[in-house]
Design a protein around this ligand. Structure first.
Ligand SMILES: O=C(O)c1ccc2[nH]nc(Br)c2c1
Ligand SMILES: O=C(O)c1ccc2[nH]nc(Br)c2c1
Length: 159
């Protein structure tokens, strides 16, 4: 079974993320979406909420599995026999950091990183920008899946 992991914080999952995950699911037998637990950074959505949203929006992709992880991504990969990391690249500005991480990861464990050029329609997109615009009442309905839009609206109404 050829496995890959798509790591991220997915706080929340956007159309850009979903595009990468769907394309990876067409290239690999199993795609593990790994939601990073970051104790030092309180996200808008709890990890469980992020996982539930990703599961909801990838329900039509039967080879996608979603789970949380903390610690080193390469350890997550080793424990699950995953030889490849798949990440989206939005712009040249992403590449510096991603190259550094990829070189660190292959040095640590031999896990390769494959980069997928994001759909140009989403090259400006990030979870943080979506949250920023949504909290000021901006229309982000074309940037996130419907369940995420609904979750964002109710989360921001609670504030
Ligand atoms: O959610 C994130 O933090 C995040 C970051 C960087 C990313 N590259 N590709 C994907 Br999918 C991705 C997700
Ligand atoms: O949402 C983010 O923060 C984020 C960052 C970096 C990213 N690269 N490719 C994708 Br899709 C992506 C998403």
């Amino acid at each position: 079974m050829r496995r890959a992991v798509c790591p991220g914080s997915f706080d929340p999952v956007t159309n850009g993320h979903l595009d990468i995950i769907a394309r990876a699911s067409r290239l690999y037998d199993v795609v593990h979406v790994a939601v990073m637990i970051n104790k030092s950074k309180q996200g808008l959505f709890a990890v469980e909420e992020r996982i539930a949203l990703i599961e909801q929006v990838t329900a039509d992709l039967d080879n996608v599995q979603v789970e949380a992880f903390h610690g080193l991504l390469v350890d997550f990969c080793k424990q699950r026999d995953i030889p490849a990391i798949v990440k989206g690249l939005r712009a040249v500005s992403d590449f510096d950091y991603e190259l550094q991480m990829a070189q660190m990861n292959i040095g640590l464990s031999g896990v390769e990183t494959l980069f997928v050029p994001t759909n140009p329609a989403y090259s400006f997109l990030s979870s943080s920008l979506v949250k920023e615009v949504a909290q000021w009442g901006g229309d982000i309905s074309h940037l996130v899946p419907v369940p995420v839009l609904e979750a964002l609206n109710s989360k921001l109404r609670q504030r």
